[in-house]
Ligand binder design. Structure first.
Ligand code: MN
Length: 473
């Protein structure tokens, strides 16, 4: 259901949550340690700051939830909590609020099943799709809005983009569109239908072009070809001696580039994908109008990468300070983290290339990512897709840690496969469960945890399951 307003029943839970916050003095926030969760935690923390409420914020990974101690008057969980038993240590006097968009283990009768004060806000309780219509940060924003803090809407948009809520259609829809409208009304954001390059503000255009597509083109991973293409199209590489980024191009130049990329892609993709090509080349993008031009904070997806880089280096504290408005010290730290992050990615990709680690089967390709940080293997998979065979999904494996018996699997694939109707988040859940693990996620980016000794079985089943779905030539 594409609800573009909060259902009245859900609004009632928001009212209750608001009252609970008003009546509490000692508050703890646990939020997920990804871009969405960090945005959610920041929105809640700023809200409590405005209300002069004492509170602590902690960003955690999902596997830490089972043995949490509930020891504050009010505990708020954001972007997690619905799918877990977080209340093992709750007392009768405990108050808990959950703001989560992941599949819940409790239904709407939860109030009758617990003996403490619980308000759980989850779109799935109201048949609203939690993957595309609202994120954890969005749910937190609607709580902030109850207190009148509409000015936090920009962080709600960041959370949605960071959570890839717009990945299916290239637009923010459902409850996300309310948040976007609020941010536009506040003058904080501009929507531009633009070429889908990453690094619109900071990457030289020829570099962005070389990374543009997961479908292999002459310009893919080839800056020489990218520069030649720009020359052919009469697009200058520099302005006053400085490399131009996508944000420097005129609309006329952009449309020349758009037509050329559509033409190039249409020539190389199998017929049944041709109609989806324009969606690959252009989509809505979002610009923060209060951030300086040509910085990584200006473009919403570059901003979300910076937040993720902080989290992947366990520096959520820096991301929180940035979201709270610090543009001095924390910005320098964030820049340094981002730089290290990019170096790490480049070195890792180089290693995979050098050791020729991608193994191809009929319908899938995979690599052993032993040694790669577990929270980065998905990003790496996405970046090396074009080195392998883009018509097949790519899976990367890493062991969680020495003691842990689980293997983490991350999957990425070309958007064309999703446009064609394949939902890998559902497929990976099904296959992971069949070997005693668990998994899920988006159609083009998802993951699973499986027992260490089930890797071969998992690969075999996955490969079989895709028979007839993947184009082989
Ligand atoms: Mn989320």
């Amino acid at each position: 259901m594409t609800t573009t307003e909060i259902p009245p029943e859900m609004d009632k839970v928001y009212e209750n949550a608001k009252k609970t916050i008003e009546s509490s003095e000692d508050i703890k926030i646990y939020s997920h340690n990804d871009c969405d969760g960090i945005s959610a935690g920041s929105i809640l923390s700023i809200t409590l700051d405005h209300l002069n409420k004492d509170h602590e914020v902690e960003f955690i990974s999902l596997d830490k939830l089972d043995d949490l101690k509930i020891e504050h008057e009010l505990t708020i969980f954001s972007d997690l909590g619905s799918g877990q038993r977080i209340d093992n240590s709750a007392k009768n006097s405990s108050k808990i609020i959950i703001l989560d968009h992941h599949p819940p283990i409790r239904d709407l009768n939860y109030k009758n099943e617990v003996n403490y004060d619980l308000n759980e806000i989850n779109p799935l309780h109201y048949d609203i799709d939690g993957s595309h219509y609202v994120s954890g940060g969005g749910l937190s924003y609607f709580l902030a809005k109850k207190f009148g803090f509409n000015s936090l809407s920009w962080i709600g948009v960041l959370s949605a983009v960071g959570d890839m809520q717009n990945s299916r259609t290239g637009k923010l829809e459902g409850l996300n569109s309310i948040i976007l409208q609020d941010a536009i009304r506040k003058g904080n954001i501009k929507v531009v239908n633009d070429l889908s390059f990453y690094g619109k503000q900071t990457r030289p255009l020829f570099v962005a072009l070389s990374y543009f597509s997961d479908v292999e083109l002459p310009i893919t991973n080839n800056t020489t070809e990218a520069i030649a293409l720009m020359k052919d199209l009469g697009i200058e590489r520099k302005n006053d001696g400085i490399f131009r980024t996508l944000s420097d191009l005129t609309n006329e130049e952009k449309s020349r580039l758009f037509s050329e990329l559509v033409k190039m892609l249409s020539r190389v993709v199998p017929d049944r994908y041709v109609k989806h090509v324009p969606k690959l080349v252009a989509a809505d993008s979002y610009e923060f109008l209060n951030e300086e031009n040509k910085t990584f904070l200006r473009d919403v997806s570059e901003f979300s990468t910076a937040i993720n880089a902080c989290s992947r280096n366990n520096r959520e504290d820096i991301a929180l300070k940035i979201l709270k408005g610090d543009r001095m010290e924390s910005l320098d730290e964030m820049e340094a983290i981002l730089k290290d992050h990019k170096i790490y990615l480049a070195q890792t990709i180089h290693k995979i290339e050098e050791k020729d680690l991608i193994i191809e089967k009929e319908n899938i390709q995979y690599f052993d990512g032993t040694g790669i940080k577990t929270n980065i293997v998905g990003t790496i998979a996405g970046m090396i897709l074009s080195q392998g065979n883009w018509k097949k999904p790519i899976l990367g494996f890493t062991q969680v840690d020495e003691e842990n018996e689980n293997l983490k699997v991350s999957l990425r694939c070309s958007k064309l496969l999703a446009y064609d109707g394949i939902h890998f988040g559902n497929i990976i859940r099904e296959i992971a469960e069949s070997v005693g693990g668990e998994g899920g996620g988006h159609s083009v980016a998802c993951g699973a945890y499986i027992p260490l000794n089930k890797r071969e079985k998992f690969l075999e089943t996955f490969n079989q399951r895709l028979n007839g779905l993947i184009i082989n030539d």
